[in-house]
Ligand binder design. Sequence first.
Ligand SMILES: [Cu+2]
Length: 272
Amino acid sequence: MLSGKAATVYEHLYITADSLELVDGVKIPHATFSGSPVFSPKNHRILLNVGDQLDLWVHNLDSIEHEFAVYQLTGNQLIAPGDSIQVIQTFSNPGLHIYHDPKNFPDYTSLGLGGMIVVKDHNHASFYWNIKEHALGSNSTILNGGTVNWGDYNPDYFTLNGRSNPEINNDVDARVTGNVGDTLMIYVANTGQSIHSLHFHGYHVKVVYASDHSFRVGWMKDTQPVSAMEGLILELIPDQSGEYPVHDHNLVATTGGNVYPYGMFTTLLIDP
Ligand SMILES: [Cu+2]
């Protein structure tokens, strides 16, 4: 079922740098692909219907050079400070793609520069989770030209759309709400460098798309791991009402700055 006619979709992304305020007030240097020239802690989400052609301009408003790519789909393009590049790409299949800054990968992606392109073939209620972990100090190291030792990576904060528990529940794009019997679609993009295993209480969810693990399509599980830079689409058809937790099953990821439960932890709210 197509939700609309294929069309050309015009979008703009603006690379902007500032800082991300974490759940306990700690701030880290952070950059995103904002949907406007003003810095946003969230990366702009691009929504397409199957068959659409994306006509995208990416503007570098930062003072340093960046790059742009759609992960495993387009080549890397350099963008000098103050410059812009254009990407034209047709999306023929439903799915979830991560766009990012591939410079010195994974360094510049880790600064926060990773968002999602969603390609839909349905009109179901949809929710969007850009999940990421953050290590104190590593972003400063990258911006100062230093080397991050990714073999000794111990992140301190865990966010969903740039927020941690309890603020995730205030994000209407993230907080899953619905009724028993609804078909609810959850789009998960892991723009971090750790695996995040999402544990759903109360329900099993079905994998309908997994960019790196297509053999998992059709699996019904209560825990769904998402690899680094993987896009996962989950279908939830609730069979009971209630409010149930969903969280990263790696328990350090339910903390923020060592405090539980300030991490990747939210709830599903299902009405009868
Ligand atoms: Cu659990």
